[in-house]
Design a protein around this ligand. Structure first.
Ligand code: GTS
Length: 215
């Protein structure tokens, strides 16, 4: 298997955590994609993922799977023992619900803020984001506020349970982790009052899968 991604970036981290948790890190080859150079917006990459984003999983038979959730489902179920996407009907529903919230209320909102209200990854990519770039956009700024509201929401969730979707580390935790990495790059600090979210971050940063994925 191959993973097309770029190390140290937020959405790629989500899948690297999954690979580490499943003991698959050394079973894949990583193919670097030049995001600052806008390689992912040109035809050869768009042929493998029309949405022009990383990560993408390439299987040995030539199948390409994009979207972190789809990649996670595949990897988590390969050995018939899903540990990140839920085992029971209720667990699966909770993981998917919280995972979707982690995307829409946090990591995707930060991505919009980063690419549309800041210079983002630089000049090569900017034409694909905001051709009339002159500065911050109201739309981009709104998503900074949305991401902050998302942080407050996940803090409230973590005041009641140890992990984002319940009592085990799941795909939803990996998404929030990627979101907070993105928040760091986008310079949106987690407010100090969000002690449950900050404590969760310290705790999951110590998990072997997260340490291995971030190495
Ligand atoms: N929903 C997608 C997924 O789950 O895979 C999101 C993927 C995504 O946005 N990836 C980012 C990307 O390719 C990488 S990162 O910024 O999170 O590190 N961005 C490129 C771009 O041009 O927006």
């Amino acid at each position: 298997m191959k993973i097309h991604d770029i190390p140290g970036f937020p959405n790629p981290l989500r899948v690297r955590v999954v690979l580490a948790a499943k003991g698959l890190l050394d079973k894949v080859d990583f193919v670097p994609v030049d995001l600052p150079g806008a390689e992912h917006k040109r035809p050869p990459f768009l042929a493998i993922n029309p949405t022009g984003t990383v990560p993408v999983l390439e299987l040995d038979d030539g199948t390409y799977i994009s979207e972190c959730t789809a990649i996670t489902e595949y990897l988590d179920n390969l050995d018939g023992n899903p540990i990140l996407t839920g085992k029971t009907a209720l667990e699966k529903a909770m993981v998917h619900m919280m995972q979707k919230r982690a995307e829409s209320e946090l990591i995707d909102a930060i991505g919009i803020y980063f690419h549309h209200a800041t210079p983002g990854l630089g000049e090569a990519l900017q034409p694909y984001k905001h051709p009339e770039w002159e500065g911050r956009t109201y739309w981009g700024e709104m998503h900074r506020e949305k991401a902050l509201a998302g942080m407050h929401y996940f803090d409230s969730v973590l005041r009641k349970q140890p992990y984002i979707a319940g009592d085990f580390f799941s795909m939803a935790d990996a998404t929030v982790l990627g979101g907070l990495l993105f928040a760091f790059y986008a310079q949106i600090p987690v407010p100090s009052a969000l002690t449950a979210l900050l404590e969760w971050k310290e705790r999951v940063d110590q998990l072997p899968a997260v340490i291995q994925a971030s190495a």
